[in-house]
Ligand binder design. Structure first.
Ligand code: SF4
Length: 298
């Protein structure tokens, strides 16, 4: 196979991002770290371009050899349009993300191959088969680890287009299993919560310009030993940061103090319901709920 391969990575725009009732600012917050991670696995002599349709004009007049598209439920229609477009132009099209993992047979009609579940092990397998000229149609995540993850290709991201360019993700998944969450189906068939090593996390966090950092992890406090070691490493770095966690994790005052000493300034918490009756019915499930924060002071 010739070596001057052009890989195009695309995050199609969510439907609501282009509708008048939504503030476009919401969709220019964070750069597409998932696609920049996929790029890191590609051979160094490949040409790689990245288009985030939320902040960039999509140009379909080019002829990449390989197109990888990340699809959310609400971007599926647009994603399939783009996939069909590039398949007509002769590209090999790979689809992955939450939506293809949920409905693979629907997605397969628009793709040469699917990567289902987390991509860190399945995507490199696809790339090897593609380079050998015999890609298969389905690549399902088998092993779950972030060891040997190459440095993600932040150089492909135009920082000026994002309000929070210093976003980072140092884990995958979450230790909980709320039945309304994407997590269970996306991570089915393997570990559903795993983290970077602290050294690897610091390699990514420390060089980012400016002080502000945003952890996009589902639950930055989800693995206590990891979180504690990370906050110890971050203390004295001069960073300030935000992240997301569960209400239950906020009961750990020692860990919270470490987080604050490491630069924590605010934390996002998702509440499953504010309805007392609904919450009471759900106690006993593994979902952290509003009932868990009774007695906490904010
Ligand atoms: S705590 Fe949040 S991220 Fe974790 S399973 Fe529940 S809803 Fe999903």
């Amino acid at each position: 196979m010739r070596r001057d391969i052009h890989l195009k990575l695309i995050l199609p725009s969510l439907t609501e991002a282009t509708s008048g009732g939504w503030r476009s600012i919401k969709y220019s917050l964070f750069p597409p770290l998932g696609l920049a991670t996929l790029a890191a696995y590609a051979p160094s002599d490949w040409k790689i371009t990245l288009c985030d349709e939320h902040v960039q004009q999509f140009d379909g007049e080019d002829d990449p050899d390989l197109v990888a598209i990340q699809i959310y439920v609400t971007s599926a229609r647009r994603s399939y349009e783009i996939a069909d477009h590039y398949r007509r132009r002769g590209a090999t099209v790979v689809l992955g993300g939450l939506h293809p993992t949920s409905v693979p047979f629907e997605a397969l009609a628009h793709a040469d191959a699917l990567v289902l579940g987390p991509a860190e092990e399945a995507w490199p397998r696809f790339l090897r088969d593609f380079q050998a000229g015999r890609p298969r149609r389905l690549y399902k995540s088998r092993e779950r680890t972030l060891e040997n993850l190459p440095p993600i290709r932040r150089d492909l991201i135009d920082r000026r287009l994002y309000l929070v360019p210093n976003s980072v993700i140092v884990s995958r998944g979450c230790p909980h299993a709320c039945d309304f969450c994407y997590k269970t189906s996306f991570f089915r068939g393997g570990k559903s919560f795993y983290t970077y090593t602290v050294d690897r996390a610091m390699e990514e966090i420390a060089p980012m310009p400016g002080r502000h950092t945003f952890f996009l992890d589902d639950n930055i406090l989800g693995n206590r030993p990891f979180a504690e070691a990370l906050f110890t490493a971050m203390a004295g770095c001069g960073k300030i940061w935000q992240g997301a966690a569960t209400v239950a994790s906020l009961r750990d005052e020692t860990l919270l103090k470490k987080a604050v000493a490491a630069g924590l300034r605010s934390i996002f918490i998702g509440f499953e319901s504010l309805n007392e009756e609904a919450l009471r019915r759900r106690t006993g499930s593994s979902s952290p709920s509003l009932l868990d924060i009774r007695g906490l002071e904010f």
